[in-house]
Design a protein around this ligand. Structure first.
Ligand code: ADE
Ligand code: ZN
Length: 338
């Protein structure tokens, strides 16, 4: 089996994907028409051409605008279902997706509309495609902690559908310590925690997410390489990093894939995983991310398999569900040798 085939067929586990970031331009047009929302573009191709980002903020400005076409529960269902079709195509066996409730509640869409649409699609994904999933609710860090508290209140009655809370949006200027109290409350309510840290921001954000927000995983975390003590700590603790290679190139975190540090971190025994972040905006889903890394770095089949192994280890599921995924991976490994 050549390496492209190996990568395409490798069972994958995704741990970092914003559902609003899976809004493909075609879906944007479909929903804009259905909901009678004007778009500042004439065709999906024009939208794609506009996706030229210089940094995280230049992306976020366009990304929040795109989400305006999402109005009804069915819109959130359709969005999630389309993402699951990509998962099926890419042999993603389990996915843990983010949603940003404040992006929607701030424009008058109810929390229930959003979570119910996403949840219903994920249930169908489990039943009809065998793809298991979890949902992580992110607080927008450019908004204040009070708004995060109000969002947490709304999430309480949906605890059965939400495994964890996270922190996303503009990292620089909005450090993790701004949200310490709301994370304390979320943990008391039984949620696990994660946070975007060390994407554009400094290693302090990684340390403080671990120490103050008690995170179980760091989203991105690639700036850890600035601090060799932190790299050792992450390796020894097996703190997972949900790395998003194509995103990091599009948002200029690294100049080119050859300079990306994910393979280096893998070889230093960090629990790194590969993820798509906002696939509709950054040019690819899971397989595309694996292929892009493998084209610029020579990776063995064992190393590629280890990336899925790491994601299983880092996932928010029971031990028995982890074992089920490990068996799928082992079965693939024995088939691919033969
Ligand atoms: N929201 C969606 N994608 C994001 C990213 N890469 N960083 C921070 N917030 C985000
Ligand atoms: Zn992200």
């Amino acid at each position: 089996m050549n390496q492209d085939t190996f990568i395409r067929q490798l069972p994958k586990v995704e741990l970092h994907m914003h559902i609003e970031g899976s809004l493909e331009p075609e879906m944007m047009f479909k929903l804009a028409k259905r909901n009678k929302i004007p778009l500042p573009f004439n065709t999906p191709e024009e939208v794609r051409t506009a996706y030229q980002f210089t940094n995280l903020q230049s992306f976020l400005d366009i990304y929040y605008q795109g989400a305006n076409v999402l109005i009804d529960e069915q819109d959130f269902y359709d969005l999630t279902w389309e993402y699951l079709l990509h998962c099926q195509q890419d042999n993603v066996i389990h996915t843990e997706i983010f949603f940003d409730p404040q992006t929607h509640t701030e424009r008058g869409i109810s929390f229930d509309t959003v979570i119910n649409g996403i949840h219903r699609a994920l249930e169908d994904g489990k039943q009809k495609m065998g793809i298991s999933s979890r949902v992580i609710m992110c607080f927008l860090r450019h908004l204040d902690e009070q708004s995060a508290f109000l969002t947490l209140e709304q999430a309480i009655k949906h605890k059965d559908k939400i495994i964890a809370v996270g922190l996303d949006s503009s990292e620089v200027g909005h450090p993790p310590e701004k949200f310490t109290q709301v994370f304390v409350k979320a943990i008391k309510e039984g949620f696990l925690t994660v946070a975007h840290a060390g994407e554009e921001g400094s290693v302090d954000n990684i340390y403080n997410s671990i120490d103050l927000l008690k995170v179980s995983r760091i989203d991105h975390g690639v700036r850890c390489s600035d601090d060799s003590r932190l790299v050792r700590l992450l390796a020894e603790s097996r703190m997972p990093l949900t790395v998003c290679p194509l995103s990091n190139i599009k948002l200029k975190v690294f100049d080119e894939m050859k300079r990306h540090n994910v393979v280096d971190l893998l070889r230093q025994n960090l629990c790194v995983t590969i993820n798509s972040d906002d696939p509709a905006y950054f040019g690819g889903y899971m397989t595309d991310n694996f292929l892009a890394v493998a084209q610029s770095h020579s990776l063995t089949e064992d190393e590629l398999t280890q990336l899925t192994q790491n994601a299983i280890e880092a996932s928010f599921v029971s031990e028995s569900e982890k074992h089920r995924m490990q068996r799928v991976l082992e079965e693939f490994s024995s088939r691919s040798i033969g």
